[in-house]
Ligand binder design. Structure first.
Ligand SMILES: NC(=O)c1ccc[n+]([C@@H]2O[C@H](COP(=O)([O-])OP(=O)(O)OC[C@H]3O[C@@H](n4cnc5c(N)ncnc54)[C@H](O)[C@@H]3O)[C@@H](O)[C@H]2O)c1
Length: 343
């Protein structure tokens, strides 16, 4: 059995990580949780059948010596947490985004390699049945030269947590929400080599309004972008556009999708569909109807299967985490400086 600890006793730790580990009582010992807020940690243990609460990772590692650790802290603390548990020789499943900077993400990747430890990130959309169908049939598209990753909300500034605080989050919709579609698009395209990125970002609505579909926020504390539009240029000549917003005056309440355009066919992620044009008529080649699926559980399950040596397991590993973080950083850099950033 594997001894499990969770760092950060918040909502994703409870709804996703603890919920998954609890589905396999014959495989996991629910040993410990770490949270600087001890009362929160104790309550988490009571509600989720974990044994002990700690306020520091160091004490937890010394006393529990876990095999597997989930990192569910706010973004700013991912790096220190992951580095500590990797140093202790644990396998690590870290929430997205990997870190705050690409240097941090690179150090995490390199330390995992040095320790021969499994490090994986929770990018759950690549585990959706729709993504699986597209991945298995990607050759039908031919040469994919134009793609879009869209993660847009008309009025979805989160009214809870740290999402509008650049210091704690590292950014707004791009690092929080757009990153999911970015990961899935790069995964579907097989992480092509990137030449350069460019982006524009705006902060037009967050500091002016205070209410939307995700609750209320303090406009005076709004320090992140509320929309960003970027272009990623690949060495193979193709481009990926990324469009993401917490708030943007668009007609739909939200849009979460990937569009892939090849010279043989096109595809969308949500709903999962591959199609082409036949003499001006749309011809559906493949589609998948998904009622409901717990992509998060599939994501953690792939991490766990990797830990136990299943060669079929697919994870967003340290290297891919670094690439994604590097792209995010370059998009922000381009948006701030107004120039193209070569990678
Ligand atoms: N994959 C997804 O779709 C998804 C969804 C939600 C959240 N997340 C990610 O999960 C992480 C946590 O988000 P959340 O919504 O659960 O936040 P949350 O605010 O509900 O919980 C964070 C918890 O971490 C604790 N904490 C703060 N500093 C800590 C430290 N140094 N060490 C240990 N614990 C610390 C806080 O006290 C709090 O209990 C974020 O990185 C977020 O991006 C991912």
């Amino acid at each position: 059995m594997k001894k499990v600890a969770i760092v950060g006793a918040g909502q994703v730790a409870e709804k996703v990580h603890a919920a998954y580990y609890r589905t396999k009582p014959e495989e996991f010992i629910l040993a410990a949780v770490v949270d600087p807020d001890l009362a929160r940690g104790v309550l988490f243990c009571q509600n989720n059948q974990f044994k002990n609460a700690y306020t520091t990772i160091e004490e937890m590692l010394t006393k529990e010596n876990p095999d597997i650790v989930s990192i569910c802290t706010p973004n700013r603390f991912h790096y220190d947490s992951v580095m500590s548990v990797l140093e202790a020789g644990c396998s690590v499943f870290c929430e997205k985004p990997p870190a705050m900077t690409s240097i941090e993400a690179k150090n995490m990747w390199k330390l995992a390699e040095e320790k021969e430890a499994i490090l994986a990130y929770d990018f759950q959309h690549r585990y959706s049945p729709e993504a699986k169908m597209l991945k298995e049939n990607i050759a039908l598209l031919g040469d994919i030269y134009y793609s879009e990753a869209n993660a847009l909300r008309r009025s979805g500034v989160p009214g809870w947590g740290n999402f509008i605080d650049k210091e704690l989050q590292g950014g707004g919709p791009l690092i929080d929400y757009g990153i999911h579609m970015l990961d899935t698009a790069l995964y579907l395209l097989d992480f092509p080599t990137i030449n350069a990125v460019s982006a524009y970002q705006y902060q037009k609505i967050g500091p002016k309004k205070n209410q939307g579909t995700f609750g209320t926020w303090d406009p005076a504390k709004y320090t992140v972008e509320d929309s960003l539009f970027g272009t990623i240029e690949f060495k193979n000549g193709g481009i990926l556009r990324i469009n993401t917003s917490f708030a943007l005056n668009i007609q739909p309440e939200k849009e979460l999708d990937i569009q892939l355009c090849g010279d043989q066919a096109g595809a969308n992620l949500y709903p999962g569909k591959i199609y082409t044009d036949q003499a001006g008529e749309l011809k559906i080649i493949k589609q998948i109807d998904v009622a409901e699926n717990n992509n998060h559980f599939t994501s953690i399950d792939n991490f766990y299967r990797k830990v136990i040596g299943d060669p079929q397991a697919v994870t967003a590993d340290g290297r891919q985490g670094y690439i994604i973080q590097r792209v995010i950083e370059a998009l922000y850099q381009s948006a701030e400086t107004g120039g193209k950033v070569e990678l």
